[in-house]
Design a protein around this ligand. Structure first.
Ligand SMILES: [Zn+2]
Length: 332
């Protein structure tokens, strides 16, 4: 089995200058699709579950499906990551399910909607770092807030990261990776008109902070997928994401973890719509979930190649959580 702490995969990516996609999962087909893509391209991979996804599956179902991904793919380094934990309690639950990495998003209050203060963010992040590191589990935190909503997470108002605050935050919390806000947002409607990412903020954070940097809200929302969706009865006018070239630029400037959820949702929904429109007589779930799974694999393969992750599965010997516990002693 190759369950790997998030810190190891991201530090390796940072060293070699590629990005690792972190793909959101809700069900078996998504997990299988992502793992098939990782196997095909020989990529390390982060599968992540939001609080909403865990709740939807009553926690245990999704936790065990993610564990199955690890068991089925002994040659692929896999991180099981909690996306947007909102409290120490949510983090404890994920670690009990066997996650090797957690995010605590203290940029928002526990309701996931109200922007928090810097002091609140430091406090909640520190408490998570102490708890998680004692168990060998890596911690991602967020400074600055993204626009848009993801599983109901987000204040709707974006505040770009203040680089000096980011540096102080990392020093004060001992966190392993840091999500920053440079103008991306959650969901399928990231920009109205011009696409504008604050690469100057990213550069400044990179020069001040030496832990891996994370970009949320990094789906491309490809036009072909939106056209396909709309062709088969969907209605998503004006959907727009981050161009792949901008993501590649961000990776070059120091982003190591690239969060992708929306593109997977679009690929699945487009494939299912197509099956239903072309074959209205079908009613076996395997006949529409199967094509959805294949469509998702294809889009994830293209991301693994574009982010530079492909071929890096065998670069290193995966560390265990026990190895990490030893590494963290004295540092948390
Ligand atoms: Zn996010």
């Amino acid at each position: 089995m190759a369950l790997v702490p998030g810190k190891q995969i991201l530090e390796e990516a940072e060293k070699k200058g590629y990005g690792v996609g972190a793909y959101n999962v809700n069900n078996m087909e998504q997990i299988q699709a992502i793992m098939a893509a990782a196997k095909e391209t020989q990529s390390p991979v982060i599968i992540q579950a939001s609080r909403g996804a865990l709740k939807y599956s009553n926690f245990t179902y999704l936790g065990y499906l993610m564990k199955a991904a690890v068991i089925e793919n002994p040659d692929i380094p896999v991180v099981m990551h909690l996306d947007h934990g909102n409290s120490l309690e949510s983090v404890v639950k994920a670690i009990e399910l066997g996650f090797s990495s957690v995010m605590i998003d203290g940029s928002l209050m526990e309701d996931g909607r109200t922007a928090s203060t810097y002091e609140y963010n430091v406090d909640v992040t520190r408490s998570v770092v102490v708890y998680a590191h004692a168990r060998g589990v890596s911690v991602e935190a967020e400074i600055g807030t993204l626009g848009g909503l993801e599983d109901g997470v987000g204040s709707g108002n974006a505040h770009l990261t203040n680089p000096k605050e980011a540096k102080n935050f990392v020093d004060e919390t001992g966190v392993d990776s840091l999500a920053i806000a440079i103008g991306t947002s959650h969901g399928a409607y990231k920009f109205k008109g011009a696409i504008n990412l604050a690469f100057d903020v990213l550069k400044e954070v990179r020069s001040l902070v030496d832990i891996p940097i994370v970009l949320h809200g990094a789906s491309c929302v490809p036009k072909e997928l939106i056209d396909e969706l709309n062709k088969y009865g969907g209605k998503m006018p004006g959907a727009m994401g981050v161009p792949i070239t901008s993501l590649q630029e961000a990776i070059k400037l120091g982003v190591s973890k690239v969060n992708v959820d929306t593109d997977g949702r679009l690929a699945i929904t487009a494939a299912i719509r197509k099956v239903f429109v072309e074959n209205p007589e079908k009613f076996d779930p395997r006949e529409y979930l199967g094509p959805a799974r294949t469509a998702l694999t294809n889009i994830i393969v293209s991301k693994m190649k574009a982010f530079g992750t492909a071929g890096h599965a065998k670069d290193y010997t995966p560390k265990t959580l026990d190895d990490m516990k030893k590494l963290y002693i004295g540092s948390a």
